[in-house]
Design a protein around this ligand. Structure first.
Ligand code: ZN
Length: 499
């Protein structure tokens, strides 16, 4: 036994336990906490987060990591990886002085409140000075962390490690013209499927049991997880045997809860698929948000919005809403989940236009961090890009540059992970179809084990042993590329709309 290594695992376990307690408090805050509990909950979370940070940045832990790193060649490969990944986190955390972390957290909290008010009033001016302050602090953060090329790279590292602004520009330059052109052809075709049958009342309990049935069929272990309601659905875990999802119910549209549950179910399968031996360590995590998002979007879109899926679940949903869907065919359910219509709000966007929303945010946030755009000019720049990419006018800031919470949290570099998730999902899916040629027959029979097993062995079990691009390259034989996603979009929507 290696005493140093045991000591490291013990310390990391303590950090993971405190972080799990924070996650549980946050989960409760979004699901069951009574409204007046908010202020005390904020303090509880701040105290425990600071405690976790202190435990993790402890000098003894740093010494143990460096000593282990020096003799990494004598360690088992998993142990060496654990040391390498933990040291990466440790050194990154150590670059940010506590006073700076504290100042940034304080500004984020003020900016979030100002953003909520600004959105309510649809007045960017209320948020503007706070965003300006955050951009200034984030530029400073980039300097503290260090970077090559763009300061944006230092911030992006928190979300998509190893990716750079220039690489993203290259990837997105291939996407924008073809995605915009496809959306334009669809709009100009003037065709839209008949979705009048959706205009009924959809019982919430039936929606609940239907979504649970689907995520259980996907392989989500409800003995090691649960589903609850939340205004903004999310997934969280406190251990691989306790991974929780949330969904939201729309009494006017049962497909909305289905998308949310399958999306979060995809995230949850990932987290239930980490290795037992990685429990309470750095390795039981995804290497990037983009790869995490590939798992949610693969289930939500590539499976849940496919015709084979509805060949099976058309019957299942009919049983859950007796008498409401007797005349509705799998083809109609498939079409209703794939209506393309350029719109103002990212979270409501269809697959065909979604990435365009993300890319315009990326372009604006890189310009802000690189000093090419003044904060005061954000609304004008936003509206111009929406017009250019989506062909629509933005009527007000609430439905424009104030719609997303991310910038108010200081989360610059987050948005690209949504688009990367779509790209990785399509690229992985082409490899899956090659490995499992009768996959669609399985899906049409409600059998997801072959798909889930492939994802377990090629993605989930690795945790942080590989970076996102290594996962994609090892699983597909190629570097991440926008081509598979464009092939998918052009084939699916080209056929659906005859364009
Ligand atoms: Zn997600």
């Amino acid at each position: 036994m290696d005493a140093r290594l045991d000591g490291l695992r013990e310390k990391l376990g303590q950090v993971a336990d405190v972080q799990a307690a924070v996650a549980l408090l946050e989960w409760d805050q979004e699901t069951y906490m009574p409204p007046k509990g908010g202020p005390a909950r904020g303090q509880q979370i701040a105290t425990l987060s600071a405690l976790a940070h202190r435990l993790f940045t402890d000098a003894d832990l740093g010494n143990a990591l460096r000593e282990l790193e020096d003799r990494a060649d004598q360690l088992e490969s998993d142990d060496a990886k654990l040391v390498e990944e933990t040291l990466y986190d440790y050194e990154r955390a150590a670059k940010l002085p506590e006073a700076f972390v504290h100042e940034l957290a304080g500004e984020q909290s003020k900016a979030f409140q100002a953003w909520a008010q600004a959105r309510e009033e649809s007045a960017f001016a209320t948020f503007e000075p706070h965003l300006a302050k955050l951009i200034e602090l984030l530029k400073h953060k980039a300097d503290l962390l260090g970077y090559e090329g763009s300061p944006y790279n230092a911030l992006l590292e928190d979300f998509e490690r190893g990716m750079t602004a220039d690489q993203l520009r290259g990837i997105f330059a291939g996407l924008v013209p073809r995605q915009s052109a496809l959306a334009r052809r669809i709009v100009e075709s003037g065709r839209q499927p008949d979705t009048a049958w959706l205009e009924q009342d959809w019982d919430e309990e039936s929606q609940w049991s239907f979504t649970l049935r689907v995520v259980e069929d996907m392989g989500y272990d409800l003995e090691a997880g649960r589903q609850d309601k939340a205004a903004h659905p999310f997934t969280t875990n406190f251990d691989l045997a306790d991974v929780r999802i949330t969904t939201r119910l729309d009494p006017r549209n049962p497909l909305s809860a289905l998308s949310a549950s399958m999306h979060e179910g995809g995230h949850a399968l990932y987290e239930q698929g980490f290795q037992e031996k990685d429990r309470r360590t750095t390795l039981a995590n995804a290497p990037s948000l983009g790869i995490h998002e590939s798992q949610s979007r693969l289930w939500e879109n590539l499976i849940g919005r496919s015709l084979p899926f509805w060949k099976r679940y058309g019957e299942v949903i009919r049983d859950h809403f007796p008498g409401q869907l007797d005349a509705v065919t799998p083809q109609q359910l498939f079409e209703a989940g794939n209506v393309v219509e350029p719109s103002l709000i990212r979270v409501d966007a269809d697959e065909c236009t979604y990435n365009l929303h993300v890319i315009l945010r990326f372009e604006l946030e890189t310009a802000l961090i690189e000093g090419d755009l003044d904060v005061a000019d954000v609304p004008e720049a936003w509206n111009a890009k929406v017009k250019e990419y989506l062909g629509i006018e933005v009527p007000d800031d609430a439905r424009g540059c104030l719609q997303d919470v991310h910038w108010s949290h200081g989360a610059i570099g987050y948005f690209p992970s949504y688009a990367l998730g779509n790209l990785y999902a399509s690229q992985l899916f082409e490899a899956i179809l090659e490995a499992i040629p009768d996959l669609w027959d399985h899906v049409a029979a409600g059998e997801f084990a072959p798909l889930r097993d492939w994802l377990r062995s090629h993605v989930h079990q690795h945790g942080r042993r590989k970076l996102a691009r290594e996962i994609v390259r090892d699983a597909t034989g190629a570097d991440p590329s926008p081509e598979p996603y464009l092939r998918y979009l052009e084939t699916k929507f080209g056929t659906l709309y005859g364009v």
